[in-house]
Design a protein around this ligand. Sequence first.
Ligand SMILES: CCCCCCC[C@@H](O)CC(=O)SCCNC(=O)CCNC(=O)[C@H](O)C(C)(C)COP(=O)(O)OP(=O)(O)OC[C@H]1O[C@@H](n2cnc3c(N)ncnc32)[C@H](O)[C@@H]1OP(=O)(O)O
Length: 281
Amino acid sequence: MNPAAIGAESEALQFTYRWQDAALYALGIGATQTDLGFLYEHSEPAMRVFPTYAVIPTFEACKALFDVVGGDFSGVVHGGQTIRLHKPFPAAGTLTTVGRVANVGDLKRMAQVIFATKTTDETGALVCETEWTIMYLLDGGYGGEPPPKSVRIRAPEREPDWVVEEKTSPEQALLYRLSGDHNPLHADPKAAEKAAKVTEGKPILHGLCTYGFIGRAILANECGNDPSRLRAFSGRFSKPVWPGDTIITRGWREDGRVLVVAGTKEHPEEPVFTNAFAEIV
Ligand SMILES: CCCCCCC[C@@H](O)CC(=O)SCCNC(=O)CCNC(=O)[C@H](O)C(C)(C)COP(=O)(O)OP(=O)(O)OC[C@H]1O[C@@H](n2cnc3c(N)ncnc32)[C@H](O)[C@@H]1OP(=O)(O)O
């Protein structure tokens, strides 16, 4: 790993998308007939885009920094994701993103890298900021500084204010990857075998696919499906999810935020998404 990469920036990368791309993303994160306003170009009012789409135009700006950071990509898993939204995404458009290496940390058993991005639209207005925590399972112990301690967010003891249970399909990762993350870990059993410590030898779901399912549950229960009301969404991928699993998301309204925990029906013993909150207006 290369701690000298901290502060490195990508070029300003342009990303143009069509309504078809936003609809394909929506299907990848489990949208159904009840989400028609996110799928149909002639929707009235105008077609909306799920706010978690923020991870799609920003992905390449992070990937562009992979070489400067170093490490072994075959041992990479997604550790956590934050998005901050300043404007809803139009159904189609051109966005410009600059990526930055925010931190490279040594956890001894693994390394942790944080990539940050800023995205603007054609008018130069800020649309979204993102933060990607990436775990390098094969690169710990390189002699670097540990990352700053994360702030722990725990769900209250009481019953949640809402619960959403949604089954992913066995092909969910094969559909989600069409939106741009072609990591073989989510498609190829041979690649999954190499990361067997996490995957148990079977392709796992993209963390950002799970994130999209959970984001949809928040949008439906807290924002009346209005993307302009979700201002931030953050959480940690604590355990893997496999295509076909049923994701159960629980939400609590607490101190002006929504705290979230998600698990799966198949592995109820430990949650898959933790340390999570959403900010709503
Ligand atoms: C950037 C553009 C390119 C994007 C590349 C991404 C490509 C994608 O295609 C890849 C994916 O989508 S992979 C799928 C999604 N991710 C996963 O399934 C990983 C699930 N998580 C795990 O298995 C474990 O958390 C695991 C194995 C990660 C760690 O578990 P443990 O070893 O048990 O760690 P633990 O002892 O619990 O924690 C020790 C300290 O390590 C840090 N940490 C651990 N998990 C973290 C996580 N998920 N995120 C952030 N930090 C994490 C913490 O510092 C932790 O200490 P503390 O708990 O006190 O904060």
